[in-house]
Design a protein around this ligand. Structure first.
Ligand code: HEM
Length: 550
């Protein structure tokens, strides 16, 4: 028999030990569960050799078929990566369990490159919430129309240059998309400095995109390498790369912002996002914690969020609009049908505008009463006719070539079990947007470019707005409304006045073009040649008549 004191001590010990035993058992059970299926790894290097450098999204989709599971996984040193290849899995993981799966992996190289300030790289934290809300607020659907004048004037400038230099169309649409965020964020018109920032923005984004994928770079797998001196073989390369990025980021973060501040101090008017935030600091709003949005403003935060917007908006939109030109070039039938719709709905006297844009439920404009009335087409159009087919083209552009086919990787905040599979804390979680948008059940013949798939049998626009192209759950793209407007206006304006045609070589033969992408986190078409040939004298006169500040 135990004496009362020993009995008490035993009970206390037992009471303390039981929960610990339960936690231990729980962890053992979790860890004895299988990881999502995937190719068997090798000792030390895991699956490094199984991950191709190009078209990884296709390989992951093929693993899903091979293992008969939309959720697959692979290992590279330092990271377990789980790939979600179906819409259902992304909804389950990124939406229903968003509290677990909204973190980002910590990529050592991104920190060394000075790019960890950007919202897409931030951990799931209070800081991220504040900075993200500073991006969400100015790009809500109700606010985006405030940027329409800037979009229109940028498109007008682009059309005028392309009219004079038809072969420059790809460069000009990229410049339109890449400088637009600089205009919105810093209120800066096109000049040498804007052009310089446009170019370094492109370079910084490309450098960042090239290192984030698990296994892309040694120092990400083996972070201790950062402590090795630069003169050692294999170390100089990544350290020099990182330093170059850090310098450019420093310039991007400070330079244009400082100009806005200087302008404001000198009393020069500046209507821009940066100026709005600076005014709020000046009004001492930063001292009053905004309870609703929890925004606490300080100058460094504003600078970093402004640079985030510039970088996140420019490269993605540039890639998307170059894809649009490439795709239209390859599909003259689609161009022709879109032009018939534009001529009928908008006419030839003006450029299309946002009031012509269709929303889900809008009906295809009936051309039945327009037969044989080419000259008057559009004259008896109904007031509420909308550009349904053009909208479908813009959606199909996002679906057909997904410029972020694997999105931006998320990370698991803690251990989890999904459908009997163990997902460890810190695992990288990739949503395979390409696989979802090429699912043959949802999108029959997914390799074909067919805008009609977004139009119902009774001629209405369906409600599939291709959301996976903009990511998932709490980390999904806060700029998608602006992005959609940017792409729409460029595409519809180009179509209304130009034909995108193949360029000719010195012998007068057409130069063939195929879909070939430079692959990184954000995929751009490889350089290709084409021309934007003005449709006729009427279109040329229309472009010339446009004021640049329309
Ligand atoms: C066609 C153009 C665009 C595409 C295809 C695109 C796509 C994406 C994708 C796939 C993500 C990752 C979402 C995830 O992690 O699940 C993302 C994140 C982000 N995008 Fe966009 N984006 C575009 C334009 C823009 C624009 C115009 C802005 C700013 C106005 C913007 C700001 C951001 C930011 C700040 C994030 C990070 C969100 C976070 O980590 O919380 N993007 N975008």
């Amino acid at each position: 028999m135990l004496d009362p004191m020993s009995a008490l001590v035993s009970s206390v010990l037992l009471a303390l030990a039981l929960p610990l035993i339960q936690i231990y058992r729980h962890l053992r059970t979790l860890q004895s569960l299988p990881y999502p299926p995937g190719p068997p790894g090798r000792l030390v290097i895991g699956n490094v050799l199984d991950i191709p450098n190009t078209q990884r999204y296709r390989v992951f989709a093929s693993w899903a078929k091979q293992y008969d599971n939309a959720v697959v996984s692979f290992q590279v040193p330092g990271f377990c990566t789980v790939v979600l290849n179906s819409l259902e899995a992304t909804k389950d993981i990124f939406e229903k369990r968003s509290g677990i799966y909204s973190d980002r992996p910590q990529i050592e190289m991104i920190t060394l490159m000075g790019q960890n300030f950007a919202v897409p790289a931030m951990r799931y934290s209070k800081e991220w919430r504040i900075n993200r809300s500073m991006v969400i607020q100015p790009f809500r659907p109700k606010i985006v129309p405030l940027y329409h004048p800037v979009l229109r004037s940028s498109v007008t400038a682009m059309l005028k240059v392309v009219l004079d230099r038809p072969g420059s169309v790809v460069d000009e649409v990229k410049r339109y998309a890449g400088t637009l965020p600089i205009k919105i964020v810093y209120g800066r018109d096109m000049d040498g400095k804007t052009d310089h920032h446009f170019k370094i923005g492109e370079e910084v984004a490309a450098m960042g995109g090239s290192v984030v994928f698990p296994g892309a770079i040694m120092v990400t797998m083996f972070p201790f390498l950062k402590h090795f001196p630069k003169w050692l073989p294999g170390i100089r390369g990544f350290k020099t790369f990182a330093e170059k990025s850090r310098k450019m980021c420093h310039e991007l973060i400070n330079d244009l912002y400082d100009d806005v501040k200087r302008d404001m101090e000198a009393g020069v008017s500046n209507t821009s996002l940066a100026a709005d935030f600076i005014r709020r600091i000046n009004a001492k709003e930063e001292e009053e914690r905004d309870e609703r949005s929890s925004i606490y403003l300080d100058e460094q935060r504003i600078k970093e969020v402004m640079t985030t917007i510039h970088l996140a908006a420019a490269d993605t939109s540039e890639a998307s609009i170059s894809v649009a030109i490439l795709t239209l070039l390859l599909h003259p039938d689609v161009q022709a049908r879109a032009k018939v719709e534009i001529d009928a709905v908008v006419g030839r006297e003006r450029l299309p505008d946002f009031g012509d844009r269709a929303s889900p439920g809008d009906r295809v404009y009936s051309l039945a009463n327009q037969h044989n009335k080419d000259e008057t087409i559009g004259d008896d159009r109904s007031d509420n006719a909308k550009l349904v087919y053009v909208e479908a083209v813009c959606r199909e552009l996002l679906r057909w070539i997904v410029v972020l086919p694997l999105g931006v990787p998320h990370a698991a905040f803690k251990d989890d079990v999904y459908e009997g599979m163990f997902i460890p804390k810190g695992a990288i979680i990739v949503g395979n947007a390409w696989a979802i948008l090429h699912d043959p059940v949802r999108y029959p013949n997914p390799e074909e470019f067919r805008p009609e798939r977004f139009i119902t049998e009774d001629g209405r626009l369906n409600d599939d707005i291709v959301l996976p192209a903009f990511g998932f759950g709490r980390r999904s793209c806060p700029g998608r409304h602006l992005a959609n407007s940017t792409i729409w206006l460029a595409v519809v304006s180009m179509l209304s006045v130009f034909d995108i045609v193949k360029a000719k070589d010195e012998n007068g033969d057409e130069i063939d073009v195929a879909v070939e992408m430079e692959e990184s986190t954000i995929c751009h078409p490889k350089p290709f040649k084409c021309e934007a040939r003005v449709r006729d004298n009427r279109a040329a006169a229309l472009i010339r008549s446009l004021g640049s500040d329309k």
